[in-house]
Design a protein around this ligand. Sequence first.
Ligand SMILES: *[C@@H]1O[C@H](CO)[C@@H](O)[C@H](O)[C@H]1NC(C)=O
Ligand SMILES: *[C@@H]1O[C@H](CO)[C@@H](O)[C@H](O)[C@H]1NC(C)=O
Ligand SMILES: *[C@@H]1O[C@H](CO)[C@@H](O)[C@H](O)[C@H]1NC(C)=O
Ligand SMILES: CC(=O)N[C@H]1CO[C@H](CO)[C@@H](O)[C@@H]1O
Length: 218
Amino acid sequence: MEVQLCVLILFAWSITIVPVAAGRRGCGGTYTAARGIIHTPNFPDPFKVPIDCEWVIDAQHESSPNTSIVVYLTQLFVFEGLTFTEYQLYGSDYKINPRIVHKVNETNISGVRWVQTYQSFLVIQLKLPSIDSAHLRVLDRFLEVYGFNITYEITAGHARPDSCTMMDCGFTGVCYDHYTKFECECFPGYSGPTCSDGPKSFCHSDGVATCENGATCL
Ligand SMILES: *[C@@H]1O[C@H](CO)[C@@H](O)[C@H](O)[C@H]1NC(C)=O
Ligand SMILES: *[C@@H]1O[C@H](CO)[C@@H](O)[C@H](O)[C@H]1NC(C)=O
Ligand SMILES: *[C@@H]1O[C@H](CO)[C@@H](O)[C@H](O)[C@H]1NC(C)=O
Ligand SMILES: CC(=O)N[C@H]1CO[C@H](CO)[C@@H](O)[C@@H]1O
């Protein structure tokens, strides 16, 4: 009798767990830790489309009035469909005072290094019908990557100004957040803090052009 009861309980468990996992669509989630990493499913490999994911950074447990949420766009290869919205309160039944803080577009993917809010919630939404605008390929041997891999922190201080993005790492390196500092990891053959020292046709970090035939290095 006792054994039968036990089996019944296990069965009930598996029934309640399945819908919860399916409701998350295999992506997104809620983040309350002081810092963390948020990335697209399978990063840097392709993810399933259409995609509609929501990552919620929840800082309401922090009482300091100066608390902010900062998201560093270290590895961002999505050109559209990515929106950062702040909320005063964010729950399943109520969403109070939404304001779009940043919406990634083709022009501004390279200009913005971090997104910051002083509200208690920052919601990152990725909504894309196809994967075309979430794919970057830099020559065959360098980089082929889909989606994003970015970091956040809940802080009472300022955003860390030394952050990097794919643009700072010379398009031939990867920007990593080590929490105490940011660093460009360069591809083979390239070096320097921004990976700009390398084979001809790339600019040297000392500003000396290395282009052939008198061309100017930009
Ligand atoms: C918040 O920041 C202001 C201005 O930087 C400062 O004067 C104040 O002491 C800070 N408050 C807390 C609780 O850190
Ligand atoms: C791209 O975003 C910037 C601000 O972040 C905005 O000024 C600009 O109009 C946007 N461009 C397009 C094509 O939506
Ligand atoms: C994602 O970003 C974090 C922080 O920069 C880094 O430590 C990690 O290696 C990255 N993951 C991948 C797969 O690139
Ligand atoms: C807010 C922001 O970063 N705006 C930038 C969008 O992109 C244009 C062109 O690259 C810049 O001039 C803006 O400053």
